[in-house]
Design a protein around this ligand. Sequence first.
Ligand SMILES: *[C@@H]1O[C@H](CO)[C@@H](O)[C@H](O)[C@H]1NC(C)=O
Ligand SMILES: *[C@@H]1O[C@H](CO)[C@@H](O)[C@H](O)[C@H]1NC(C)=O
Ligand SMILES: *[C@@H]1O[C@H](CO)[C@@H](O)[C@H](O)[C@H]1NC(C)=O
Ligand SMILES: *[C@@H]1O[C@H](CO)[C@@H](O)[C@H](O)[C@H]1NC(C)=O
Ligand SMILES: *[C@@H]1O[C@H](CO)[C@@H](O)[C@H](O)[C@H]1NC(C)=O
Length: 394
Amino acid sequence: MSRMSSLFSLVLFVFSESFAQYVPPYTEECRTNMYPPAGPTYKSTVAWYTIDLDTPPYKRWNQLLSDKKAELAMLNQVIKDLANAFVPSGKLVDLVDKKLPSLIETFPSPFHDELKGIADVSGVPLGEVLLFNIFYEVFTVCTSVVAEDSAGKLFHARNMDFGLFLGWDVKNHTWVVTEYLRPLVVNLDFQKGNKTVFKSTSFAGYVGMLTGVKPGVFSVTMNERFSLDGGYIGIIEWIIGRRDGMWMSFLMRSVLENATSYDDAKNQLATTKLLAPAYFILGGNKSGQGCVITRSRTTSLDIWEIDAKQSQWYVLETNYDRWKDPFFLDDRRTPAMKCLNQTTQAKISLEKIYDVLSTKPVLNKLTVYTTLMEASEGKLESYIRDCPNPCMPW
Ligand SMILES: *[C@@H]1O[C@H](CO)[C@@H](O)[C@H](O)[C@H]1NC(C)=O
Ligand SMILES: *[C@@H]1O[C@H](CO)[C@@H](O)[C@H](O)[C@H]1NC(C)=O
Ligand SMILES: *[C@@H]1O[C@H](CO)[C@@H](O)[C@H](O)[C@H]1NC(C)=O
Ligand SMILES: *[C@@H]1O[C@H](CO)[C@@H](O)[C@H](O)[C@H]1NC(C)=O
Ligand SMILES: *[C@@H]1O[C@H](CO)[C@@H](O)[C@H](O)[C@H]1NC(C)=O
């Protein structure tokens, strides 16, 4: 408990520091020459694991989870501590352990068998495994970008910012969950018949997808969208039994596994009924194929497409509708666009996008990893990030 902050101290911190988002050292000139990754904002590369889709779902995560058991147990303990700090009787964790497991049966194949396999290999109770699979759906504040160069080549990249409000460590000025999440980041190569179907940057123990590429076809990322008719309502409805919407990251996984073209992926992401609103950012393998799909639970509200002829050579999404201003304490959009504009279409590349994603506050205390993708070449590379003090909490 002592290393966790009370909500009060977080609020104090927010008031003392977040108005500083627009002044150095919390913001900075656009970074250059950050690639290849090195220095204090780069922690490490990410290990690769193969997930064999020809193996039964219950077994396919065995290798990964037996390697990451200890790290998963630590994150799980931190989440339980947070829950117990929130509801001190321990009743919340009790509820998770007793009630959530039965809900796993309602998940479509292959998810329920995969989750059971993960629980059994890791020794983490099934309800708790399910809980942090839900967690990723609601605490991701990110930056995603798809850009087209002058030759019509498409680049797709994202910062994964995760752990907002999940325990502010007053002493270290870090988010507790974010810190424990970094060791769980893995690159996954999903194969069938020993051939890659898609690749993803993910977290050990998680069966949905938030970032991925289907070589030669498309790349896709998901960002959280806050809304009044938001995720929490859909999730509560799901728990009490109304289950006609799909989890967003399960849809992502299913699209990466089974969609056959950019248009097929776009159509599925735009029309499938969801549990919560979301932004899907999709890149293709040829000129003009890049878009941000703004989703409500039931429908697509807006599809913003790259149109290089109209000098719209990139699309960028943080966590706000593009037709609205970002929340004034959380504007990562303007600095990221400023840096992309400075770079220009003639000079854009994955290396230059890495520079943009390394510029504060686009890079912030929540940033867990940066992934760079290129669908036409089937490329996916990712880096664990850090944002040493002074740095914005988000
Ligand atoms: C906080 O920082 C100290 C010193 O760098 C380190 O030993 C400790 O593990 C950190 N705490 C957490 C929760 O990360
Ligand atoms: C994949 O490769 C392994 C060994 O390299 C082989 O044993 C296995 O049969 C192959 N699987 C398929 C589906 O081709
Ligand atoms: C993809 O399609 C196959 C074959 O229809 C199905 O067995 C599998 O469950 C699907 N994958 C996902 C993640 O929905
Ligand atoms: C792009 O993807 C389509 C399938 O959507 C495929 O037919 C085509 O060969 C791909 N082009 C390249 C350059 O990989
Ligand atoms: C970036 O350029 C676009 C297109 O010219 C423009 O609409 C936008 O306002 C610029 N944004 C920033 C932050 O410079």
